[in-house]
Design a binder for this molecule. Structure first.
Ligand code: THU
Length: 131
């Protein structure tokens, strides 16, 4: 198991998920080697909840970084579970189609994906940024 995956697994324990009981941990490594972790944070006003991936992205941006090299996501399931659509979009904003996404459940096995596989033909910053 990679060190990054271990960090995602560890931070999942900190998740605040009393409503769904579904804990998620995420760990990002940036192209400069920085590492940022996040877990899901739910709220009694349900739509105010925050996904683990979004929390890790917020930590990365707060630290002044924005280029994701790899992300590991550990979900509360036996087998790996793919990130929600909103998180795919959020991750794509700071990734390339080749950026590696490692998904893991609570058992040992994990699956490898790319952002391009998870969100093909995506809408992104290039559609809005004009020369
Ligand atoms: N969740 C994540 O943290 N990431 C995802 O990609 C999917 C869902 C969280 C949100 C909520 O706290 C719980 O999992 C159940 O949906």
């Amino acid at each position: 198991m990679s060190e990054l995956l271990k960090k995602a697994r560890a931070v999942r324990e900190n998740a605040y998920a009393p409503y769904s009981k579904f804990k998620v941990g995420a760990a990002i490594r940036t192209t400069s080697g920085g590492e940022f972790i996040g877990c899901n944070v739910e709220n009694a006003a349900y739509p105010q909840g925050l996904c683990a991936e979004a929390a890790a992205i917020a930590a990365m941006i707060t630290a002044g970084e924005k280029h994701i090299e790899e992300i590991c996501i550990v979900a509360d399931s036996e087998k790996p579970i793919a990130p929600c659509g909103g998180c795919r979009q959020k991750l794509a904003e700071f990734s390339t189609p080749e950026t590696v996404v490692t998904l893991a459940g609570l058992e040992g096995d994990c699956t490898l994906h790319t952002i391009g596989e998870l969100l093909p033909d995506s809408f992104g910053p290039d559609h809005l940024l004009h020369p």
